[in-house]
Design a protein around this ligand. Structure first.
Ligand code: RP5
Length: 174
């Protein structure tokens, strides 16, 4: 679990509260990541270098989060031959819609797999899916993760059926 298989880049350390979720979920699947702050606008020279190093180190996926005029995922993708997953970060002015469009609207030939606004956890899970294509251990951890999600939902439904709608609402303070 020591060699990073996923590079996690973000435009600012203010993106860390969201982007840390990608690193945490990858850790749950036994996948090491390297977390970096690289700004498309403030440190543009570092973009090509980061991608080249990531590919040289044998990383399988890059996850990139950015808010506002979110050019980082697309710029990384322009250098990369490994998949890039983009995470639009919510901001106060436009709620993240600006970043979502900026990241998703890539020109033909340079794809960025875009997840939901603040969807860093899903970006991590998607990276695990990509790694799981060739890594049996990761694939079985993903299967267990899905089973555990299903068990939680079924448990909640059972509780709801047992207690009844009104008592359930009351208990949840709704
Ligand atoms: C983007 O601008 C970053 O990804 C961040 O979401 C946003 C604000 O950056 P800071 O002003 O917090 O550095 O480049």
């Amino acid at each position: 679990m020591n060699t990073p298989q996923v590079g996690i880049a973000m435009g600012s350390d203010s993106d860390l509260p969201i982007m840390q979720e990608a690193a945490h979920i990858l850790e749950e699947f036994g996948i090491a990541s390297e977390v970096r702050v690289i700004s498309a606008h403030r440190t543009p020279d570092n973009i090509a270098a980061f991608v080249r190093e990531a590919e040289k180190k044998g990383m399988s996926v890059i996850i990139a989060g950015a808010g506002g005029a979110a050019h980082l995922p697309g710029m990384l993708a322009s250098y990369a031959t490994i998949p890039v997953i983009g995470v639009p970060i919510m901001n106060k002015t436009a709620g993240g819609i600006d970043a979502l469009f900026s990241i998703a609207q890539m020109p033909p030939g340079v794809p960025v797999a875009t997840v939901a606004i603040n969807g860093a956890k899903n970006a991590g899970i998607l990276a695990a899916h990509i790694i799981g294509i060739t890594d049996e251990a990761v694939r079985s951890k993903l299967a267990a993760y899905k089973q555990s999600m299903a068990a939680q939902v079924r448990k909640k439904d059972e509780e709801l059926q047992e207690k009844g709608f009104r008592a359930y609402l009351e208990e949840k303070g709704l």
